[in-house]
Design a protein around this ligand. Sequence first.
Ligand code: ASP
Length: 463
Amino acid sequence: MARTLSSETVGKVGESVTLQGWVHVRRDMGKIIFVHLRDRTGQVQVVFVPGECPDYELAKTLRDEFVVEITGVVADRGKKNVNEKMVTGTVEIQARTLKILNEAQTPPFPLDDTKDVSEERRLTYRYLDLRSERMQKNIRLRHNVIAYMRSWLDKQGFIEVETPYVTKGTPEGAREFIIPSRLHAGEFYVLPQSPQQFKQLLMVGGIERYFQIARCFRDEDQRGDRQAEFTQLDLEMSFVTQEDVLQLNEQLFTELVASVVPEMKLSTTPFSRLTYAEALKQYGTDKPDLRKDKNDPNELAFAWVVDFPMFEKGSDGSIQAVHHPFCMIHPDDTDKLESDPLSVRAASYDLVLNGYEISSGSIRIHQAKLQEKIFQILGLSPELIEAKFGHMLRAFSYGAPPHGGMAPGIDRFIMILANEPNIREVIAFPKTGDGRDLMMGAPSELPPNALRDAHIQLRVKKE
Ligand code: ASP
């Protein structure tokens, strides 16, 4: 049996086909039973007529979301009966046989229209929510964007390298998820906030052009639209200037939009460019929304914001890195590093889209001496520098090439392309605002022996 997809039926008038999928709706009109059969390509109407279909009685038992296999003949509906709302609206399937592959309970909410369904409910039954047209569209758009990025970068000589998820911390300004080591009592791995150090070490390793669709983990209080894990297109290049990185990314995003979402239009070509200082002065924010018409769902206004400060004062008065400590110092500001670090700019840049920061990046420091100096300015003792970053300083001392990169956030970019209000709508299995996976029931307690193995003694008592 060769399966025909619903979208393929239009070209098969007069042919006998076998379809498999879900009963989207069943309607009985007098004696005739109409079923909209749904599969990954859409829907097609199937008609059961008594006398023509030996399985007619079985068709009466069909309910929404039953999984079925139907054979039948593709028939032209005739001009009068065309359903303009369906892609397959010019045809219908005259059913001959019906097999029920699986039954289904009534779904806990209508899959067609989830507008008024609470997010908790949708996330608890995410596997059902994913069947909705909205989620199917978003998840497929996500795939198309990622597939485009992969093949575009491949053609430009980039290679995809996986870096560890079970590793040591890298400072990106957030709290880290920690993993106790079973084999090494009292020691811990952490989940990386980004592959920042590894991608720089890949440059030392001669990879020259790296990318990864990388998961990043940040154990932050779940403010608004954040996720404990999110995805970046992480990339890094050797022997480049800031201009090279900006040009390459501008070309990638421009061509991606034209190819993957041709209905959308860029309103800033080339992308607008402004310095951090100009952005603050002109727009009062470092992520200005430069759209001409904020009500146009198809307008995309990209902007580069460059020359961020390297350091800022933390709430406790200490000096902290604005982005991360690996950013190169702006070439015009090197002589102020000792005397006035807070006035020093970094060779760093953000990519902003419709008022959202979708990426940050920078040219990196590749000299051990300068990197050590930055750690000192950040107040790290020689012992701490060695313990946390000794590997970076050693690597830089073995002929590290000049390098730089950036890491566009995939979730936010897709959210904007899909015109969705938050990133959870473009992630297959997101967590709630307070960091729970309602479907899996995570986080959850562990049995005492699992805790013992991980050398964990709990101080909290659950009622
Ligand atoms: N690792 C940085 C981040 O996660 C991005 C970069 O500098 O490439 O924000």
